[in-house]
Design a protein around this ligand. Structure first.
Ligand code: HEM
Length: 153
């Protein structure tokens, strides 16, 4: 396997791990919590998050490093300014958003506090779930566009 092949494999595996986890949380775990399947939803959410967040952080670092290498190895920097390759900018924007959320916002405890302190917990919970759904939707569109675009379709 060439270094380029290895970088593509790492890039895709990292994306699958990260967005797959996001899909599970959004489509399975959060709906189960909303349906009152747990005595203490906040405690369960924290327990799951404590386990998944470090994995997502590693996946984000690996996808960023492998993506940066791919950009360099393919000489693809000029694509950043080409409308036709919008999905390259979208990948990087999406990556940056998650980097900020998982490396800055989440460790600061801001998200959890806004859930716990909110005067209307049901509404805060709904917003939290909707945020995950929007992020998942964006991720799915970007993955589809990048997979098709990088193979010339
Ligand atoms: C710093 C962030 C990122 C950079 C610099 C980056 C860069 C790249 C580059 C240069 C390619 C190869 C394009 C080609 O073969 O023509 C690629 C492929 C791809 N990227 Fe990213 N990427 C990043 C983040 C992401 C994210 C966050 C996702 C998913 C949400 C993603 C999904 C994909 C997919 C699905 C492919 C197609 C691989 C294939 O089918 O061969 N990337 N990326």
């Amino acid at each position: 396997m060439t270094l380029l092949g290895l970088a593509i494999a790492v890039h895709l595996l990292a994306v699958v791990w990260w967005i797959g986890g996001l899909a599970f949380v959004t489509l399975v775990f959060l709906p189960a919590l909303s349906a009152d399947c747990a005595d203490d939803p906040h405690a369960l959410l924290s327990a799951i998050e404590r386990r998944f967040a470090p994995q997502a952080r590693i996946a984000i670092l690996l996808s960023g490093l492998s993506g940066g290498y791919l950009l360099w190895a393919l000489g693809a920097w000029p694509r950043l300014t080409m409308l036709h390759f919008w999905w390259v900018d979208a990948m990087m924007g999406y990556w940056l958003l998650f980097f900020v959320m998982l490396f800055i916002v989440e460790p600061s405890g801001l998200l959890q506090r806004s859930l716990l302190v909110n005067r209307n917990p049901a509404r805060a919970w709904q917003r939290f779930h909707r945020l995950h759904a929007v992020l998942l939707g964006l991720g799915v569109v970007i993955i589809a566009a990048a997979a098709a675009g990088s193979h010339g379709f």
